[in-house]
Each structure stands twice: as structure tokens, then as C-alpha cells.
Design a protein around this ligand. Structure first.
Ligand code: MLT
Length: 311
């Protein structure tokens, strides 16, 4: 291992099959351990992470040989990008490996929310047989508002069409040509807010999107709207969400992500019409295999002198 050309640390559990390009490469010495469990971090050329490892300035200082950080997933909000730039470390991600899983989970959440499946499941397991309590709503004919129309938003639109829903899409970067190609009508955010029965967000968390569904914008939504967040905690402002759940304006919310994770806000989770999962939209065998193999191949290519493709 001392003689290996490249030393790579995999901090955060990843699909073993996905890591094969690294594990089977004779030039690579691969260590799988969390950064805080490794005594000497100085040897590593590359660091692979999911979301649990926080790549801070302090960590980068302990890794003077580091050339590349690879995020096996999409969001790089656990990586201090300015510090990485300062230390000359390239950051890459796996931009499309978990698109389908996330879109499918979003649909599972929408169906669960509108048919009250988690609540009905809890009730029957508690020994009840309460058919009256769980009347839901159909998806057919409802208007689904999609805020953010990248890879995941696009897959949501495809699935929504199969459910015979109407679509309204807001994305400032959506060109007319692309909208036409996919067959959606671009709308203003105000139109999405005013006309949608269900609104799902699929943007990264940025200065522009943080709290985009907050006090002011939720006020513009239909009475009885359903809100979905399987993207990033904070895109829907949680205190605004609680306000409009408490006054009955919002009919229900489905959340996979939270402002603080692990989710701390009991008050939010205790609403009967809030259903939640612990940030598992990308947790499928397929997505984890995809993202781990995408970043493994990217890291090898980069260490061998080719430019990073997903930086
Ligand atoms: C992502 O950014 O890829 C998702 O949040 C899934 C994950 O936690 O890796």
C-alpha cells in the first residue's frame, strides 16, 4: 500500500460495487473510514464523501496532499467550496446518478400525502379499522407546480403526465426550446403559487432559493395546497410552513429534507398532516451504485491527469 500511486479515503458508507473501479485498481490504496477515525490524513490524494462528512477548512488543512473531493451525490452543501478553491482542491459530484430515485421518492411522497397512507398504516397497526378518517384526493386533474426544472424536475413532469395531472413549471433557467421539447409550459413563480394544487420544489439550496416558499409566497398559494420538499431543507421555510399548517391554509406537507438534519423540530413533525422521511430520496441500491461508480471513475480519471467533468 505504501507503494501505491494514489491514496484514496472513502469517508461515509458507499456502495461496495460502486467503488470497484477504485478497489480493483492496482495503483490505488483505498481506505474506507470516517475522517475522524483516521490518524494520519496527510497521505490522501482524494477524498470521497456523501453528506455526513463535513469538508471544512480545518479538514483541508489536515490533508495537504489532497487534490480532489468527490461527492457521491448531488448537493455539495457539506463542502466548503471557497476553502477547497483556496487549497487548490477540485470538487466534483455525481450529478445524475440519483435523479430517478429522487423523482420516484417524490412521487411516493405525493401519493402518500394525498392518500394519507402513513397515517392509515399507523392506525391499522394500532388495531383500528377507521375507514372514514382516511379519505384522500385523486391526483388526476390536479395541477402540480414544479419549482426548479433540472434533471429531477424533468423526471417529475414525466411521471405527473402518466397520472394525468396538469403541470406548471417555474425555473428562471428554463429556455423556451427546452420547455417545448419536454412539452411543459413555463410559468412565473406567482402563477405556480396561485394555480397549483400541489407544489414540489427541485432546486439546489442557494441564496435565491432559500426560503423561496416562505411567509410571503405561501400566502399566494391556494387554500388547501400541498407542499413537497425532497430537495434541500430550507427551500421551504419551516417556520412559515408551521404557521400555514397551524392556520389550516396548507392541507399537508411531505418532507424528506429539513433545515436541520437529523430533523429536530418536533412541533413540525407532530402535525398530523405532515409526513416525513429521513433524507432517503436517493437511498436506493441503484442510485447508490450509480453515484459511487460515477465518482470512483471520475476520481481515477482526474488523478491520471484528465480534466474533471463534473466539477
Ligand atoms: C444528494 O445531494 O445527492 C442527495 O441529497 C442524496 C444524498 O444525501 O447523498
Amino acid at each position: 500500500e505504501r507503494t501505491a500511486k494514489y491514496h484514496i479515503l472513502v469517508s461515509d458508507a458507499m456502495s461496495q460495487e460502486g467503488l470497484l473501479p477504485l478497489l480493483e485498481n492496482a495503483n490505488v490504496h483505498c481506505v474506507e473510514a470516517y475522517v475522524d477515525e483516521v490518524e494520519d490524513l496527510t497521505q490522501f490524494d482524494a477524498l470521497l464523501v456523501r453528506s455526513a462528512t463535513k469538508v471544512t477548512e480545518e479538514l483541508l488543512q489536515k490533508m495537504p496532499n489532497l487534490k480532489i473531493v468527490a461527492r457521491a451525490g448531488v448537493g455539495v452543501d457539506n463542502i466548503d467550496l471557497d476553502a477547497a478553491t483556496k487549497h487548490g482542491v477540485v470538487v466534483v459530484n455525481a450529478p445524475d446518478g440519483n435523479t430517478i430515485s429522487t423523482a420516484e421518492h417524490t412521487f411516493a411522497m405525493i401519493s402518500s400525502l394525498l392518500r394519507k397512507i402513513p397515517q392509515a398504516n399507523a392506525s391499522i397497526k394500532a388495531g383500528e379499522w377507521n375507514r372514514k378518517a382516511f379519505q384522500g384526493s385523486e391526483l388526476r386533474g390536479k395541477t402540480l407546480g414544479i419549482v426548479g426544472f433540472g434533471r429531477i424536475g424533468t423526471q417529475i413532469a414525466k411521471r405527473a403526465r402518466a397520472f394525468e395531472m396538469s403541470l406548471l413549471v417555474f425555473d428562471p433557467f428554463l429556455t423556451k426550446a427546452r420547455a417545448e421539447k419536454i412539452g411543459v409550459t413555463p410559468a412565473s413563480l406567482d402563477d405556480v403559487l396561485a394555480q397549483s394544487d400541489i407544489i414540489t420544489v427541485h432546486t439546489p439550496l442557494t441564496k435565491e432559493t432559500k426560503g423561496i416558499l416562505g411567509m410571503e409566497n405561501i400566502a399566494k398559494t391556494k387554500q388547501g395546497v400541498f407542499l413537497i420538499n425532497c430537495a434541500r431543507g430550507g427551500i421551504i421555510d419551516e417556520s412559515a410552513l408551521k404557521h400555514y399548517l397551524a392556520n389550516g391554509h396548507i392541507a399537508g406537507a411531505a418532507l424528506d429534507v429539513f433545515e436541520e438534519e437529523p430533523a429536530q423540530d418536533k412541533e413540525l413533525l407532530e402535525f398530523d398532516n405532515v409526513i416525513a422521511t429521513p433524507h432517503i430520496a436517493a437511498s436506493t441500491k441503484e442510485a447508490q451504485l450509480n453515484v459511487a461508480s460515477q465518482v470512483s471513475e471520475e476520481v481515477i480519471r482526474f488523478l491520471e491527469g484528465q480534466p474533471a467533468t463534473n466539477s
